[in-house]
Design a protein around this ligand. Structure first.
Ligand SMILES: Cc1ncc(COP(=O)(O)O)c(C=O)c1O
Length: 404
């Protein structure tokens, strides 16, 4: 791959000054985007199958989103939460209607939304004069990088170096009903789960597992927190992936796709659980500012106008089927295909995800990976049908090249 002069300069400066938490990046500096395509400073275009890690739900440079951001910026970008701002109120009302959870608080990221969810669940019991601290989460989960959300995350590599961690978190094997039954008691404050564990390789929860979590929470009074930061916003073909499981959580967290790329996170709760916060208990300087909320309103407008949730379900099904067919042809190369909607993964037969990613990039595709042997696809929900067939042809060629 050739490295142009702009890219060379960027790489050199980056190596000197950027505090690298992401490892070696491929030699690509993104300059602009259009729809599902990203363009590098090398002038090449790439089909974006990562979507900013499930963020760019409308793809790039969507005219409706760009206009909403520009119009709101020309009015007021930020004004603090001391005053009302109509995009915030309208967005809260709209999310409440979409989810059936009446109260919404806005932050700026997924970790912040989960941090708020943990505080809200504990505040709920504290306000009742019978404090509960224990939060049960799953092994291999991912809930964020703040100290509390890293402690909630069931992967010690994200938290161990930063001990001491906030106490009160325990982890159970995912999809293990017996372990969940044994872990939840009258002392449990909340059970916190992802409907599909994204960061550990796209592992869906069993229907019975999520339903059991709801039942156990009902029996013990514990709050059920569903982390929809990656699975929400229509990614799985429903507005919330939890809807696939037919359970109503007490608390839901959203971020990633909510602002279509503008940072925003949200914690949603039912009226009862919301009593965990009273004025002064929580806050955010930027959270819920007019710019971010206007962007999120525009994202939801486009969802309605373009039927994007239905599109994600349909396109996801087509892509999954195409990957299944590829697996059938090459069972030793693709060992499993997992996921729902446009949140999909291929488990490779060999630890060659990095080589596959880089060979795909040379052919004009940006795809994600988890660990050494999982390819992850999180494309924009606007992914056109006609991109699927050429993608599969190129993927097959690359897989045959890299894994023999
Ligand atoms: C399920 C889940 N929760 C929380 C987070 C953290 O979100 P953020 O990176 O916006 O803090 C992520 C990020 O990947 C996630 O996938």
């Amino acid at each position: 791959m050739t490295i142009d002069k702009t890219l060379q300069t960027i790489i050199e400066l980056d190596q000197k000054h950027y505090l690298n938490c992401f490892g070696t990046r491929p030699p690509l500096c993104i300059e602009r985007g259009e729809g599902v395509w990203l363009y590098g400073t090398d002038g090449r275009r790439y089909l974006d199958l990562i979507g900013g890690i499930a963020v760019n739900v409308l793809g790039h440079n969507h005219p409706r989103l760009v206009r909403a951001i520009a119009d709101q910026a020309a009015k007021v970008i930020h004004c603090s939460n001391y005053y009302y701002n109509s995009p915030q109120t309208l967005l809260a009302a709209r999310l409440a209607k979409l989810t059936g959870l009446d109260r919404v608080f806005f932050g700026n990221s997924g970790a912040e939304a989960n941090e708020a969810a943990i505080k809200l669940a504990r505040g709920y019991f504290y306000k009742q004069g019978r404090p509960r601290q224990q939060i049960v989460t799953a092994l291999q989960s991912f809930h964020g990088r703040t100290l509390a959300t890293a402690a909630a995350t069931g992967q010690p590599q994200y938290s161990q170096p930063f001990a001491p961690l906030p106490p009160g978190f325990s982890h159970v094997p995912f999809n293990d009903q017996k372990a969940l039954r044994e872990a939840v008691s009258d002392a449990t404050c909340a059970v916190m789960l992802e409907p599909i564990q994204g960061e550990s390789g796209v592992h869906p929860a069993d229907l019975e597992y999520i339903q059991l979590a709801r039942t156990l929470c009902d029996q013990t009074g514990a709050r059920l927190i569903i982390d929809e930061i990656q699975t929400g916003m229509g990614r799985t073909g429903r507005f919330l992936a939890g809807q696939l499981y037919q359970v109503k959580p007490d608390i839901v967290t959203l971020a990633k796709g909510l602002g279509g790329g503008v940072p925003i996170g949200a914690v949603l709760a039912d009226e009862t659980t919301s009593s965990g916060f009273v004025p002064g208990d929580h806050g955010s300087t930027f959270g819920g500012n007019p710019l971010a909320c206007a962007a999120a309103m525009a994202v939801l407008d486009v969802y309605e106008e373009e039927g994007l949730i239905e599109a994600a379900a349909q396109r996801g099904q087509q892509l999954k089927q195409a990957l299944y067919d590829l697996r059938k042809k090459h069972p030793h190369i693709i060992q499993a295909v997992r996921g729902a909607g446009l949140m999909l993964a291929c488990e490779l037969g060999e630890p060659q995800a990095a080589a596959v990613k880089s060979a795909m990039m040379a052919r004009g595709y940006l795809i994600g990976s988890v660990g050494t042997s999982v390819l992850r696809l999180l494309p924009p929900l606007i992914l056109p049908e006609e991109t699927i067939a050429p993608l599969i042809v190129d993927l097959e060629a690359v897989l045959k090249e890299v894994i023999s």
